[in-house]
Every structure is written in C-alpha cells, then in structure tokens.
Design a protein around this ligand. Structure first.
Ligand code: NAP
Length: 257
C-alpha cells in the first residue's frame, strides 16, 4: 500500500547536516529515496556524511552553508537547482542552543540564537518556496518544508530563554508560512523533538543537573534520533499533502508536567 521509497525523484536539502539530528535526517531521507543535499558550515563533515550515504547506495551531495549569512542562501539554492534539481523538500534543521541564564545573556548570544534559529529558517524557507513555485511543484505532489523546532516552542526549558523564544518564533512562523503558501501546495510544518543527546546538549547531560533532569522525565530516559524518523517521513513525504501549519511533538512524554 505504501511506497518503499516514497521520496524517489525528490531533492531534499537539509541544513545543519554536519552532525547530530541533521546528519541523521539526511540518512533517513536518502534511505527513503530522496537525492539529499547536506549543508552546513563544516564542509568536511557534510562531505563525509554525503560520502557515507553514497557508499550505502544513496544519492547525496555536500554544500557549505552558513544560514546566518543571508547572502549565501539564495545563491546556494540556485546552484543546487542547477546542479542537482529544484529543492522539493527543505529540512530547516540548523540550530544553536542560545545558552545563558536571562540575567547573564549577552546581546551577542541572543542575536546568534535568532540569526540561526529564526532568521536562517525564514530565509531558507523563502528560497525553497520560490524554487518550489518556479518549478511548479504543485503539479507534482507539492513542496515540503519541515522546520525543526523543539518542545521549547511550547514548553519552558529552564535557563534557555533565548532558545525558548527562538523556537516559539519558529512555531508561529511555520503557521504563517503554511497559510501564505497553502495555495501553492507547499506544506510547512514543524517537528518538535524532545531531548536527544547530540553536541548541542551533551555537556549538560554529563552533569549531575542533566542526569537529574533525565530522571524527572516520565520514562526516565533521553530519546534516540530514530524516534523522529516516522514523523520526519510523514511531514517530508506524500502523507503531508493535507497536513500544513502543524507542530508535531515527538518527545517521549518529556514535556508532560
Ligand atoms: N538534540 C536535541 O535534543 C534537540 C531537541 C529539539 C530540537 N533540536 C533541534 O534540532 C536541530 C539540530 O540540533 P542537534 O541536536 O543535531 O545539534 P548539533 O549536533 O549541535 O547540530 C547542530 C547543527 O546545526 C548546524 N549549524 C549551527 N549553526 C549553523 C549555521 N550558522 N549555519 C548552518 N548550520 C549551522 C551545525 O553545523 P555547522 O557547525 O557545521 O555549521 C550542526 O550540524 C536544532 O535546530 C536544534 O535546536 C534538538
């Protein structure tokens, strides 16, 4: 009933794909048949990730991209369209933690959180949507934009006010863009993961405070990246033809009080 490789023939661009969830998402999309473009600042890591996918029989490319530098975004999407094909799936994954308690937070830390987590997400979505419309993707199943938000979009993560605010902004941006681009058949949704151990939080979970936080989760554990696969594929694939403007939380119950 379901296609084994539902994303066959689609070009998927994943930002922040040099490690953590982004590298994992790229592997999942490639296994589902997409031709994947892994983009991040650490180009040697996206090259290694693309090579690994290719070695396993997938289609993958690597590109350098700093999403905080808006001047890079349009040219990158145009180059990808010319070299690989128009982007039909954008996974807006690049993100930073925006750490710092509110009383100590510097303007630089605030700006970094918003430049990457919000401004970068918006301008990548804009570039992708322009390409999806120009390529008339509405006639071919529509485009897909999946913004990787967080449970921080709707739940206070103590000590992370800038991160909380940036992810809440991603949540509302998701709905606003979904409304604006609905008639172009671009589905814009957000995936809100709970905690998965990656570089963004590894140091914290090695502390006593981090261990205590895990013991406070209903299932007393962190999630695995693979726990996100089904939701990612739903939002990136044909199943999302009538799902747009939605925030999908996959958090193992971590945000339940
Ligand atoms: N892990 C979790 O528990 C969790 C939970 C909820 C949501 N999330 C979200 O999931 C996303 C991925 O996080 P992660 O856990 O995989 O963290 P990570 O391992 O620290 O990865 C973050 C990725 O973002 C990229 N990045 C950072 N700044 C960038 C920039 N200016 N331009 C382009 N890429 C940039 C990094 O690549 P370069 O440094 O090479 O550029 C890296 O690949 C983030 O949006 C995060 O907020 C994570």
């Amino acid at each position: 009933m379901f296609a084994e490789r539902p994303l066959e023939g689609k070009v998927a661009l994943v930002t922040g794909a040099s490690g953590g969830l982004g590298a994992h998402f790229a592997r999942v999309l490639a296994a589902a048949g997409a031709e994947v473009v892994l983009a991040a600042r650490r180009v040697e890591l996206v090259e290694a990730g693309a090579a690994e996918i290719t070695a396993h029989g997938g289609l993958a490319h690597a590109r350098a991209l700093d999403v905080a530098d808006v001047a890079q975004i349009g040219p990158l999407f145009e180059e990808v369209a010319a070299a690989v094909g128009p982007v039909g799936i954008l996974i807006n994954n690049a993100g930073v933690g925006g750490e710092g308690r509110a009383l100590d937070l510097t303007p630089q830390a605030w700006d970094q959180a918003f430049d990457v987590n919000v401004r970068g997400v918006f301008f990548c979505a804009q570039a992708a949507a322009r390409q999806m419309i120009a390529a008339d993707m509405a006639a071919h199943g529509g485009g897909r934009i999946v913004n990787i938000a967080s449970i921080a979009a709707h739940t206070v993560l103590p000590g992370l006010s800038a991160y909380n605010a940036s992810k809440a902004a991603v949540g509302m941006l998701t709905k606003a863009l979904a409304r604006e681009w609905a008639r172009h058949h671009i589905a814009v949704n957000a995936l809100c993961p709970g905690y998965v151990e990656t570089d963004i939080n590894r140091d914290w979970f090695e502390t006593e405070g981090g261990q205590k936080q895990v013991r406070g989760f209903p299932r007393r554990r962190l999630m695995e990246a693979t726990d996100l696969d089904a939701a990612l594929l739903m939002l990136a694939g044909p199943a999302a033809s009538a799902i747009t403007g939605t925030l999908v939380t996959v958090d193992d119950g971590q945000s339940l009080p």
